[in-house]
Write a protein that binds this ligand. Structure first.
Ligand SMILES: [Zn+2]
Length: 330
C-alpha cells in the first residue's frame, strides 16, 4: 500500500524561526513528554500535533500498524512562506527540503518526500524544484494559489511547464482558504467548505483558462482531497461551458474532457463519493491519500478503498499502489 498524501513538520526551534523570519516563520513546541506538541507562529498556537508529525521512527511504526509500505510526505502548508520576501522564502524552502530529506533518511525505501518552493517567484521556484529533485525529493508540493495568483497565472503555468519538462510530479494542496476570517470563523468551516472550493478553483483555473492546452501532456499533477468540489460539480461546469460563451472563451473543449489530464487522491471518506470520483477521473487517476497525521485524515488508512464494493480487485490494487508507482516513478 502506498499513501501519497501525508505531512511532516520538522523540529524547528523558536530561535531558528525567529532568525529565519521574525514572527512569521512557523516552529514546533514539543511538550515535555515528547508525545504531543503545537505548531506555533510567533507566540501564537496554530495547531496541536503529535509525535508522528516530526519523528520518522514513530511514523514508520504507524505505517507498520496500517500496512503502509511507502508513504509520500510533504510540508504542512503553513511552512510555504508564499507571502514572504521571495529570496527569504527560497532560502527557507531549501532548508525545509533538507529537513524533509533528513526525515526520509530514517528509511529512504519507505519514506519519500516532496519539495516545497517559493511559488511567489517563478525563477526561484523552478530552481528549487530542480535542485530538490536532484537531492532526492520525488516531486514538488505547491499550494493552489500564491496570494491572488491562481494556477492559470502565467508564472504558475511557466512553473508547471518547467515541472513537465523536468519530469517533476506536482501535488497541489489547498491552503490559505477563502472567507476564513469572518464568515467561516467556527466549526472548522474553512477546512470543510473553503478547502474543497480552493482545490476546485485550482483545477478549474487550469482548465477554463486553456492552460492545459499550453502545458505539455507529460505533466503529472495531482490534487488533494479527491479534488475537493471538482467531481461533484463538473456537470454544472460543462453545462455552463455549453450555454455561456464567457465560460468557453479560453477553453476549447468541454471541461470534463480535461479530467483525464489530472490526478486526485482518495481522501473523500465516503464510498459514494469515491465511486463518483473514479467515474469522473478514471480508475488510473485516483491514488490512496490519507492526509495523516492530522485529525481530518483517514484514521484507518486505506479502509475506504479496501471496503469499496464497486471496485474490482485489480482496480483496488491500482488505487492502493500501482497508480502511485507510475505517477512518481517509484
Ligand atoms: Zn494535507
Amino acid at each position: 500500500m502506498i499513501d501519497i498524501h501525508s505531512h511532516f513538520f520538522p523540529c524547528i526551534s523558536a530561535a531558528t524561526a525567529e532568525a529565519a523570519n521574525p514572527g512569521r516563520a512557523p516552529w514546533l513546541r514539543i511538550d515535555d513528554d515528547g508525545e504531543i506538541g503545537q505548531i506555533m507562529v510567533g507566540d501564537k498556537p496554530f495547531r496541536p500535533v503529535y509525535r508522528s508529525l516530526w519523528d520518522p521512527q514513530f511514523r514508520l511504526q504507524e505505517m507498520d500498524q496500517h500496512g503502509i509500505d511507502i508513504q509520500v510526505n510533504c510540508a504542512t502548508p503553513i511552512m510555504f512562506g508564499y507571502a514572504w520576501d521571495a529570496q527569504l522564502a527560497a532560502d527557507w524552502a531549501a532548508r525545509m527540503n533538507e529537513e524533509a530529506l533528513a526525515f526520509a533518511a530514517a528509511d529512504p525505501r519507505r519514506l519519500k518526500v516532496l519539495s516545497q518552493v517559493p511559488l511567489q517567484d517563478v525563477k526561484l521556484a523552478c530552481a528549487e524544484a530542480s535542485r530538490a529533485q536532484k537531492a532526492g525529493c520525488i516531486g514538488v508540493q505547491i499550494g493552489n494559489h500564491a496570494g491572488d495568483r491562481d494556477l492559470d497565472h502565467p508564472d504558475m503555468v511557466d512553473f508547471l511547464i518547467h515541472c513537465a519538462n523536468e519530469g517533476i510530479p506536482v501535488f497541489v494542496h489547498p491552503w490559505d482558504m477563502m472567507g476564513g476570517k469572518e464568515r467561516m470563523r467556527q466549526w472548522m468551516l474553512p477546512w470543510l467548505v473553503a478547502m474543497p472550493a480552493e482545490t476546485q478553483l485550482g483545477m478549474l483555473s487550469l482548465i477554463l483558462s486553456g492552460a492545459l492546452e499550453r502545458i505539455p501532456e507529460s505533466l503529472k499533477i495531482c490534487f488533494a482531497h479527491g479534488g475537493g468540489s471538482f467531481a461533484y460539480t463538473l456537470g454544472r461546469v460543462d453545462n455552463a461551458w455549453r450555454h455561456r460563451d464567457i465560460v468557453r472563451q479560453d477553453c476549447p473543449r468541454p471541461p470534463s474532457e480535461y479530467a483525464r489530464r489530472l490526478y486526485v487522491d482518495s481522501a473523500v471518506f465516503d464510498e459514494g463519493a469515491l465511486k463518483l470520483l473514479v467515474d469522473v477521473m478514471g480508475v488510473g487517476h485516483v491514488m490512496l491519500g490519507s492526509d495523516q497525521p492530522f485529525p481530518l485524515g483517514e484514521q484507518e488508512v486505506g479502509a475506504l478503498v479496501r471496503g469499496a464494493g464497486f471496485l474490482s480487485a485489480p482496480q483496488r490494487d491500482r488505487i492502493l499502489g500501482a497508480n502511485a508507482v507510475e505517477f512518481f516513478g517509484l
